[in-house]
Unconditional design. Structure first.
Lengths: 148, 761
């Protein structure tokens, strides 16, 4: 199934006709009312190079996730690189921990909120965080609780 | 020593990007399109660049954004802006869309708009695009996306041919001169960073890896960090500002952990911390000169004087009036004997009096007023009232008549209150003498042994401060019902109630009223009763504040440096905390209650207003670009740059790749220090002595376009062979590509499995 249907594309009326007789150089004719109202309105330009009768978009586009999901169902050879196969693999190295608040190396984790912190001084801040706001800090490293 | 604000360099950041000027179209399409000159389009997700392969630089460079919107002021119809033009109309802002989803073209309506814009701006007036198209695409673009792109190009614009290639590989080509040299490309774009090994004279996408981090993620990360760091920042930090901050101030640390551990030390802070000033509203200022202020006070003083004079005049008039009255009244009294009783009463009535007795009282009071005024004028002090005598008090009741007894009772009462007054006066006097004596001794001590006196004063002062602080903490604790302090208090009250109720009537009283349980405490507000009760603390506070004020005055008078040093110490205590350095850098701390008197002039007011709109970048500067080396920082479960490089080198077996690491693109490639870091990191994982070299593209942003243009001319053979013609498209489908050194790989599915192409249908 071709993704495009052929048909006439609806255009704003100003772009359909081409009567342009302003004091613009002849070669610039199609661009005459381009800058008319202080903006480069692309709808106001005639595009002679386009084949509007041949091509019309469906107007519905899958996002990348859907595209990938659809393509993954196909039978790809193992050695062939695809969009999803070239993703860098998970790290095998131990991950160092950093303070969620200051970004400094973190030795401690607050068991109550799971916020990592650098020192006793930073812990004072962790202690006074309004309830729920620790989630914003955790969200930085994707460790927040997401309710679905 | 605390620094003043002037010592820190403050970098300013504007509200938004400079106002874009309307893009201007070119009109030389006819001359430029002579022959078979390819049109090169670097179709990046952040920026799009387009131009003629025969030229050195792209003609067009614009952000890949599209906005379809309505603006009734301009037109009743829908408007369409593309590229940098989307920023020329503020109304367009809300509808800005991108054609890309994570670096892959997915929205082909927007893509169509972008291509329309490209051809329009290049000035195409032909009825088709007769030039071969050379276009970049993402590494391993999904077939669907490429298919739609080819459809758009061949069917929408009727192009004769198209060649797809990978942007960063063309950038490599531009900087290396050919693809024959082995190397490793790190192409870091807007949303992702690709690592592509070059060997066998081509880009080996089979061994390619992608880390899902780019310029956008840095911008996003910094924005979130700043929002958390300054939750009360008075203005909204925009994406553009965040991107600008990343671009200007982020650096890749050579040794992240080492640098991090000493990033906020005092010595480091001066050159690591960056103060950024956001635009702030100017506070209204008192712009009068010294002279003008003087004149204003002068005027006020004169006014006050005039008022006083007027009041005095009024008083004078009143006295004169009373004097006149007095004369009249005296005349009446004198005339009393000479006139008839009836006429006398009439004359009394005339002056508003009823009885003869009233006349005497009126005369006495008028006399008093007049006398007082005269005395004041002559400067005579009113003499002390004679001490009243109470002759009857000492006489026993038996010797008195009933009337005298009554009089005696009155006198006893009067004497009592008089004595009490007298006692109070004496006591006050004594207290005053004592205070004077104390002050004198104090003064003596100050003169004799200044140091000891000062030390004593300090001690007393800090004691008062401690008391105030303690109470403040207690009050704060009491507000929290679960705190230790308030639990202690509750227990105390409960104990009290328990011991009191049976013996004392208070419990019974309630019972007598018939409600044993009044539901006290069922609602939290009930407990406020107790908070209201503890009124005494505020009184104590006032006393202590007054005392503190007294000490401060003394210190200010005799040891002015001391208060300064106190403030300095208080500031240093705040400034030396990690948190303060993190959020305020090297700025001097602002004290809640400075001990020394503060001078607040216009400069100070402006500086304070400006500071509200300042923020500090320090740890963020290295923390943000570090995410490409440690994706776990942003919670991305992928290996970092070094680990990925290591993996590629190991899998391909080409150790020589590390001798030609090439960094390009608009993302991490732009951050300073990345080359040094990469080199050090790579050296730490390859065998000792392996040559390692890392370089950056001459122009990481434009070289992809330039490389593509150059490749078309210099590699004419490959270019010719890699054109996908209209026939190819119709025969082999939209996803088909002809492979070349800088392209993706193509895999043709067996015809039986794949859906038949339009031609076969």
């Amino acid at each position: 199934m071709p993704a495009y249907k052929r048909g006439k594309k609806s255009r704003p009326s100003s772009a359909v006709d081409t009567p342009v007789h302003l004091d613009v150089a002849k070669e610039a004719e199609p661009l005459a009312n381009f800058r008319e109202s202080g903006i480069n309105n692309l709808y106001a330009v005639t595009k002679p190079f386009k084949r509007t009768s041949e091509y019309m978009s469906t107007g519905r586009w899958k996002n990348l996730k859907q595209v990938v999901a659809q393509e993954q169902t196909k039978d790809w050879p193992i050695e062939y690189p695809t969009y999803w196969s070239i993703d860098a693999p998970p790290s095998l190295l131990p991950q160092k921990k950093y303070c969620d608040i200051t970004g400094l190396p973190a030795k401690y984790t607050d068991p109550k909120t799971n916020v990592r912190y650098h020192s006793a001084e930073v812990y004072q801040i962790v202690k006074t965080l309004p309830p729920g706001s620790e989630q914003h800090y955790l969200a930085l490293r994707n460790a927040n609780i997401v309710l679905r | 020593m605390a620094m003043t604000a002037k010592d820190c360099t403050v970098y300013e950041i504007p509200d938004g990007p400079p106002e874009p000027t309307l893009a201007k179209p070119f009109f030389d399409y006819a001359t430029m399109s002579q022959g078979d000159v390819p049109l090169v389009i670097d179709n990046g997700s952040g920026m799009c660049r387009a131009g003629w392969a025969s030229e050195l630089d792209p003609r067009l460079e614009f952000v890949s954004l599209v906005s379809k919107y309505r603006n009734r002021k301009v037109s009743a119809d829908q408007l369409l802006l593309v590229g940098n033009d989307v920023h020329t109309d503020p109304m367009a802002k809300a509808s800005i869309r991108s054609a890309f989803d994570n670096g892959i073209v997915t929205n082909f309506d927007a893509m169509e708009n972008i291509l329309d814009y490209v051809f329009t701006m290049l000035g195409c007036v032909d009825d088709r695009i007769a030039q071969p198209i050379v276009m970049t695409e993402a590494v391993c673009t999904p077939y669907t996306s490429r298919k739609h792109m080819s459809e758009l190009l061949f069917e929408g614009y009727n192009v004769p041919s198209v060649t797809y290639g990978i942007d960063s590989v063309w950038s490599y080509y531009k900087n290396t001169g050919s693809l024959d040299t082995d190397g490793l490309i790190i192409g870091s774009g807007n949303t992702a960073s690709h690592l592509i090994p070059i060997y066998d004279a081509r880009a080996n996408t089979e061994q390619c890896k992608r880390i899902g981090l780019g310029a956008l993620q840095m911008e996003d990360y910094l924005l979130k960090l700043l929002q958390l760091k300054y939750p009360n920042f008075p203005m909204k930090i925009t994406d553009w500002q965040s991107r600008e901050l990343v671009k200007r101030y982020s650096v890749v640390a050579e040794d992240f952990d080492k640098e991090l551990s000493c990033y906020l030390t005092e010595d480091n802070l001066a050159d690591k911390d960056v103060t950024v000033q956001f635009p702030f509203p100017m506070p209204t200022l008192d712009v009068r000169t010294e002279e003008e202020i003087q004149r204003a006070t002068e005027r006020r003083r004169e006014q006050a004087k005039k008022m006083q004079e007027m009041a005095a005049k009024k008083r004078q008039e009143k006295v004169e009036q009373r004097a006149k009255e007095l004369v009249e009244l005296l005349a009446i009294r004198e005339a009393k004997d000479q006139i008839e009783a009836g006429e006398f009463v009439m004359r009394l009535r005339q002056v508003g009096l009823a009885k003869e007795k009233d006349l005497d009282a009126a005369i006495a009071s008028a006399q008093q007023v007049v006398n007082r005024a005269q005395n004041k004028e002559l400067g005579i002090e009113p003499e002390e009232k004679e001490a009243p005598t109470f002759p009857l008090v000492g006489i026993p009741d038996e010797e008195l008549t009933d009337a005298q007894k009554q009089e005696k009772r009155k006198q006893v009462f009067l004497k009592g209150s008089h004595d009490a007054r007298e006692r109070m006066r004496v006591e006050k006097e004594k207290e005053r003498v004592k205070q004077e004596e104390l002050a004198r001794v104090e003064e003596q001590r100050r003169l004799n042994d200044f140091d000891e006196w000062l030390a004593d004063l300090h001690a007393k002062r800090s004691e008062v401060i401690n008391r105030i602080d303690e109470r403040r903490i207690r009050r704060k604790d009491l507000n929290d019902r679960r705190s230790h302090a308030s639990q202690l208090r509750m227990r105390g009250i409960a104990d009290l109630a328990a011991t009191e109720s049976p013996a004392n009537g208070s419990g019974n009283k309630r019972r007598r009223r018939g409600d044993q349980d009044d539901d006290f405490g069922a609602e939290d507000d009930d407990w406020n009763v107790y908070r209201d009760i503890s009124k005494e603390t505020t009184e104590e506070d006032e006393e202590d504040e007054a005392e503190l004020e007294k000490y401060n005055r003394q210190l200010e008078l005799h040891a002015p440096d001391y208060l300064e040093s106190l403030d300095r110490a208080a500031r240093a205590k705040i400034e030396n905390t990690t948190i303060y350095r993190f959020s305020e850098g090297k700025q001097p701390a602002i004290l809640d209650k400075p001990a020394a008197p503060q001078k607040i002039d216009n400069d100070v007011i402006v500086a304070r207003a400006a500071r509200e709109y300042q923020l500090h970048l320090n740890v963020e500067r290295i923390r943000v670009p570090e995410i490409i080396f440690r994706p776990s920082l942003v919670g991305l479960d992928q290996s970092g740059l070094l680990e990925t490089i290591e993996g590629i080198v190991k899998r391909t077996g080409h150790l020589s790749l590390v001798n030609n690491v090439f960094v390009t693109g608009g993302g991490f490639a732009q951050v300073s220090g990345i080359l040094e870091r990469l080199k050090l990191d790579i050296q730490s994982v390859v065998p000792v002595g392996t040559p390692v070299s890392v370089r950056r593209a001459a122009d990481p942003l434009r070289d992809a376009w330039r490389g593509a243009a150059l490749w078309c001319t210099n590699e004419a053979e490959s270019f010719k062979a890699s054109r996908i013609t209209r026939e190819d498209y119709l025969e082999l489908g939209g996803e088909y590509i002809r492979e070349h050194g800088a392209s993706n790989r193509y895999y043709a599915f067996p015809a039986s499995i794949d859906s038949p192409s339009p031609m076969q249908q």
